[in-house]
Design a protein around this ligand. Sequence first.
Ligand SMILES: NC(=O)c1ccc[n+]([C@@H]2O[C@H](COP(=O)([O-])OP(=O)(O)OC[C@H]3O[C@@H](n4cnc5c(N)ncnc54)[C@H](OP(=O)(O)O)[C@@H]3O)[C@@H](O)[C@H]2O)c1
Length: 253
Amino acid sequence: MDIVMIGSGNVAGVLGRKFTAAGHKIIQVVSRNRAAASELAYEWDTESASYMSLINKQADIYLIAVSDNALGEVVEDLKLPGKVVAHTAGSVSKDVLKNVTDHYGVFYPLQSIRKDISYLPDIPIYYEGSDERAEAILGKLAGSVSSKPPRIADGNDRLKLHVAAVIVNNFTNHLYTLAEQFCMKEHIDFRQLIPLIEETVQRLKTSSPADTQTGPAARNDEQTLQKHLDILKDHPHLKNVYIFLTESIKQKE
Ligand SMILES: NC(=O)c1ccc[n+]([C@@H]2O[C@H](COP(=O)([O-])OP(=O)(O)OC[C@H]3O[C@@H](n4cnc5c(N)ncnc54)[C@H](OP(=O)(O)O)[C@@H]3O)[C@@H](O)[C@H]2O)c1
């Protein structure tokens, strides 16, 4: 399929790589960020444009991968009658595109995506379309880049998935960041914890996380908890997070 990519950030960069690897052609990258758009266009041997008014009207699909808040503004004057147009946001309704075309939808990649990575990650796609045509074409595109069958998800399902995704990825990564900062200050090598992190993820493949919780909070080991809080007295922010999560584990919600 011929695709116009709107946006030149992480999702545009990685989905574009997946599309070209699957044999699709990116015929244009449109982005206000001229340098980033040129870089992607060079990578995909295509053209770039900095203004929506210069958009190529010959594509089969227009994929809009810009910040959630920018979607309304980016499509304000965009008219692509007869074309399939989709955005990539988990928490934005497909209807933000309803004045652009009759065939609109969402193409949501349920993955943490950064274009500075050197490999192509597996990316499950959740999609929906405003009509049969949009849904069929977005489903076909999703199937061509995903190792698992893509799934249809409406706005409500997608919003809930996005909340869960923020918890398992963004929050977990933030905890790794806090732990790494703690390790640096306490002269411990954070990488010593990698086998533990890997084992935690490995278990998720066969067990519910609720059944595999270990640690002093799960055991109500008060003396150990107190020793940890004593160590954390020089790390007030991390201490607050530790107390909050300890209480959450004790409540077993
Ligand atoms: N990254 C992920 O893990 C991920 C996963 C699933 C879904 N998504 C969704 O995918 C979409 C793009 O995310 P991303 O991670 O690719 O974001 P990003 O890397 O921050 O890139 C955002 C893009 O939007 C452009 N942009 C921002 N504000 C704009 C405006 N007012 N007018 C025109 N362009 C504007 C940026 O241009 P500048 O460079 O000029 O700022 C950039 O090209 C979001 O809806 C996000 O929710 C992201």
